[in-house]
Each structure stands twice: as structure tokens, then as C-alpha cells.
Design a protein around this ligand. Structure first.
Ligand SMILES: Nc1ncnc2c1ncn2[C@@H]1O[C@H](COP(=O)(O)OP(=O)(O)O)[C@@H](O)[C@H]1O
Ligand SMILES: [Mg+2]
Length: 96
């Protein structure tokens, strides 16, 4: 299930998103809460301290993650890697 909350500022979107994320995680559901607001405050709504919230790095500034994604894209795009994987797959018996 994916839920996106959008609309006018200051009407309680973050409060509701935070409440839903908290309730889902309390129920044991794997929950990812994404704050795409240019001035994010979901972390504070969820109860993180300002020090903890300040440690959160926006995805656009997370160079390590971006490089990892570019590596994966390069891996997927590389025909040589696909041929290698295919060769490995063919060399393994399907049933032991
Ligand atoms: N139902 C409510 N009753 C009282 N205060 C609220 C309610 N919903 C939100 N607020 C308060 O209003 C402010 C803006 O809410 P927020 O969820 O950040 O709005 P949005 O994300 O839509 O901009 C926050 O300080 C929040 O605590
Ligand atoms: Mg908000």
C-alpha cells in the first residue's frame, strides 16, 4: 500500500502522515515515511530530536547512494555483465 498526502500548507498533512506511519509501524508493518517537502518537518513530527533530524541527508545530496544507483544502472545496462550472468546461469545445473 502506498499513500501520498498532498495539498495546501499548514492543514495537517505532515501530522496525518506521521500519525499513519507511526500507527502502521506499531502494527508491525514495514513502513517507510518519505518527507518530500523542501522544508521537511516529518522527522520532528515523528518525535526525533532536532539533532537527530538534522542528521537526515536529503537523497539529492546523498552522493554515496546516488553512486550506488548509478553503479546498478551501469550494471544493468552492460551487455557484457548480462552475457556473464547468462553464461554462469547456463553452466549451473537447474536440479542438483
Ligand atoms: N488537527 C489539528 N489540531 C491542532 N493542530 C494541528 C492539527 N493538525 C495539524 N496541526 C498543527 O498545525 C501545524 C501544521 O501542521 P502540518 O501537519 O505541519 O501541516 P502541513 O504538513 O499540511 O503543512 C503543526 O504545528 C501541527 O502540529
Ligand atoms: Mg508538511
Amino acid at each position: 500500500m502506498k499513500i501520498a498526502v498532498s495539498g495546501k500548507g499548514g492543514v495537517g498533512k505532515t501530522l496525518i502522515a506521521g500519525g499513519l506511519a507511526y500507527a502502521f509501524s506499531k502494527k508491525g508493518l514495514k513502513t517507510i515515511a518519505i518527507d518530500a517537502d523542501p522544508s521537511p518537518n516529518l522527522a520532528l513530527t515523528l518525535g526525533l530530536s532536532p539533532e537527530e533530524a538534522n542528521k537526515i541527508l536529503p537523497i539529492s545530496e546523498n552522493k554515496a547512494l546516488i553512486e550506488q544507483i548509478l553503479d546498478i544502472q551501469a550494471f544493468i545496462a552492460s551487455p557484457l555483465r548480462w552475457m556473464t550472468l547468462f553464461t554462469i546461469f547456463l553452466s549451473k545445473p537447474l536440479l542438483a
